[in-house]
Design a protein. Structure first.
Length: 79
């Protein structure tokens, strides 16, 4: 979880810094409405990726719980 949170933090910071710069470049290339529509696609992609994380969280949690059960049962046998 620590690595995932660090990655989210880095991507969030990059988005905050590079997002407005990218939109300003798009505005100079296209008209304002088209530029914001293109930038909206980035939000949609990010949202879909966030939703896709749901597919992995359940299995990861089950794996961690199983590992903890094994470790705890091993520690109790030695006591």
């Amino acid at each position: 979880r620590g690595r995932a949170n660090a990655l989210v933090s880095i991507v969030d910071d990059l988005g905050k810094g590079l997002g407005p710069a990218l939109v300003s470049v798009l505005i100079t290339t296209f008209d304002r409405q088209t530029a914001f529509n293109i930038s909206l696609i980035g939000w949609i992609i990010g949202g879909l990726l966030s939703l896709a994380i749901m597919l992995f969280v359940d299995n990861d949690e089950k794996a961690v719980q199983q590992t903890l059960r094994i470790q705890l049962s091993g520690n109790q046998d030695g006591e």
